[in-house]
Design a protein around this ligand. Sequence first.
Ligand code: F6P
Length: 328
Amino acid sequence: MSETIKKIGVLTSGGDAPGMNAGIRSVVRTCAFHNIECVGIVQGYQGMIRGEFIPMDARSVKGIINKGGTILKTARSKDFMTKEGRKVAYDQLKKEGVDALVVIGGDGSFTGAMVFSAEYDMPVMGIPGTIDNDIFGTTHTLGYDTALNTVVEVIDKIRDTASSHDRLFFVEVMGRDAGHIALNVGVAGGAEEVLIPEENLGLDRLLESLHRSKASGKSSSIVVVAEGDKIGKNVFELKDYVDEHMSEYEVRVSVLGHMQRGGSPSCFDRVLASRMGVKAVESLLEGKSNFMVGLLNDVMSLTPLEQAIKGQSKINLELLRVSDIMTT
Ligand code: F6P
């Protein structure tokens, strides 16, 4: 165990995700377990620059494992992207006596961590937290499982009204660059078609699939669309397009938005966050830096931050095929 690390700072950064609080709790309690001091950094890198630190002990994280959002708050800091901003942040950390950092966030947050630790002597460890699951080096990011369950619950409800009215619904889900949420909820919610950024199915194929669905006797349909889909039309334009080409459908649109990022974390996310926090702190104490902890084959593993950022989290092609077969 490292003799040099006596105080660890933990922060959440980027878009929030259910399970971030469970991750903070785990980092704080693992520090307490190893007799290391821990401070929470408010509002991510922005709070680091302002020097907003909260001393945290095992009891200060009671009652948060089941809470969505992040008690430390989060931000996407523009100032930290500048050299001057990072210098101020480093000075604040030194003043506070912080020897190492655990950063809970997505690829933008990890890029900041990597640049920072290259410029200054500050060990960093990343915990992937984003509902999009678009990080290489882990099969699951914090919040992803909860978001899937939230969205499936909503799709089930939309299906009720869709089938009562014999309607076609375009349901937009989050996923700026990745279709993991869309593909999984599409299969779980029995969607007719799933439109994701990784595969541009094209408008012809969409119409073909909707015609086939009508011909096979289905009276209502759900098409799940990832927000980053590359078909070239947003959900409202897709509605107009189908209105124009298939008058037999009555079409409605539902954009789920930020509700997907909220809510109490699932059991899976709470356990994952607890495991990741332990691994992150203990890896720092073993003298490691510049890694992201991840779940691979149900084992906690470390991936260099650079790879986690640059590597692609690939869509599951087998699931894409399952989705196609299920619409028969
Ligand atoms: O980072 C996850 C994510 O949910 C994306 O899918 C989405 O595009 C983005 O955050 C929106 O975040 P915000 O509105 O906070 O900028």
